[in-house]
Design a protein around this ligand. Sequence first.
Ligand code: ATP
Length: 437
Amino acid sequence: MTEVSMDTIVSLCKRRGLIFQSSEIYGGLGSTWDYGPLGVELKNNVKLMWWRTVVYERDDMEGLDAAILMHPRTWEASGHIESFTDPLVDCKSCKKRYKADDLSDNTTCPDCGGELTSPRQFNLMFKTHVGPVEDSASVVYLRPETAQGIFVNFDNVLTAMRRKLPFGIAQIGKSFRNEITPGNFIFRTREFEQMEIEYFVKPGTDKEWFDFWVKERFNWYAKFGIRKDNLRLRPHEGNELAHYAISCVDVEYRFPMGWSELEGIANRTDYDLKQHIKFSGKDLSVFDEKEQTRYVPYVIEPSAGVDRSALAFLVDSYRQETVRGQKRVILALHPLLAPIKAAVLPLLRNRPEIVAMAKQLAAELRTHFYTTYDETAGIGRLYRRQDEIGTPFCITVDVQSLDDHQVTIRERDSMEQIRLPIEKVRTHIEEQLKQAG
Ligand code: ATP
C-alpha cells in the first residue's frame, strides 16, 4: 500500500483548492466532485501530456472531439443497451444496494446481515430525452464511453485526413455511468472523463499492436512520475472480458484502497465497426492496395481515466518529510503536471521596492507559464504552501536583489537554492521544464 490515506488526499485537495465536493452547500451530491482552481490545472496538464504523447509526438494519430449525445442506434449497435449492465442486489432490511460481483456472499448483506434479493441486471447508461416531448422516440443516452464517437467517425477521419492503416484516433471527453457503488473519491464516479485511443490495424497485426500499446501506456505513467513499483499490468481472465474484447490488460496502480485499474488496453477486434456496418448500412471497410482486397480493421483500444490518473499522480507524489526539525508536505508532481510552475515571493512585504520588483517579475513570467505571486505570509510559510501544491520553483526577491538584480530560485524537491540575474529566471525555468518533459 502507498503510505498516504485517501482521507489525507481528500482533505489536502479541499484545503488547497484542488477538488471540492460538488454542490457542497446543499449537502453534496453522492460521489460527484468539482475541480477547483488548482485541480483544473492538474487535470488540464494530465490531458495535455496525454494528448502531447499520443497525438503530437506520433505521426499515426489524429484527434477528435465528438458529441456526448449520439444517435440511440449507436448503443444498440455497440451492445450497450443489451449488455452494459451490472448485477444489482438489494438488502431487504436496510435497503442498501450492492454490485453482486463485489460480494463474496450473494445472499447476506455485509452491512446489517439482512437477506439480499437475487441479482437483477441494471443498465448503467443514463437515459434522457431530446426535445420537449418525453416519448420513446426522443430517448437518448449520455455516452458511457467516448469510444463510439470515434467508431462512427472512423470513415470521416480516414477520408478527410487521407489516412492509411495503421493509424489511430484519440479523444478526451466526459462519460457517464450510473454506477451502483461509486466511491473512493474521484476513483469511481458517475460522471468522469476518459482519454481514449482507437488504433485501427490490419487483422493479423493486432497482437503486435496490442503488445505495443500495453508497453507504451505503462511507460507513460512512469515517465510522468509514478513509481514503477506502484504500477503493474494485469491481464484479464477470459470470464472478465467485455463482450467486444478478445484480450485486455489493465494498467493498475497501488491506490490507498489497494491495486485498482487506471487504464484498460483491449483488443476490440472488428466487433464495433462490423456492428456499425450492420446497423447503419454504411461500408466501413478499407481497401488493401497490396492485396487488392477490402477488410474491416481490427481495433486496439487504450482507454484511460483522466480522474483516476489525476488521483494516482496525487497519491504517488504525496510526501511527508522532516527537514531540520520542521515538517513539510510536498506534492512531488512532475513539473509539467504541477498546477503552478513558479511562485514569486517577496522576502519583505513592507518594502515597496521589493514588492514592485517581485510583481514585475511575476507579470513577465505569467506570459510564459502559470505563475503566482504571494505576499500573504512569512517566507517559511509561503514555501510550505507552494510545496503542498507541488509548485516546482519558488523565486524570492530580497533586499540584495535591489542592488544586484539577482533573485533566489528554490527547487521544490531538493530545496536547493541558486542565485540568478532576474532576466535569466524565465529561461532557467523553461530549460528545467524542457529537461523534465
Ligand atoms: P471498472 O472495472 O473500474 O469499473 P471498467 O473496466 O468498466 O472500470 P473501462 O470501461 O475499461 O472501465 O473504462 C476505461 C477507463 O475509464 C477506466 O480504466 C477508468 O480509468 C475510467 N473509468 C471507467 N469507469 C469510471 C468511473 N465510474 N469513474 C471514473 N473513471 C472511470
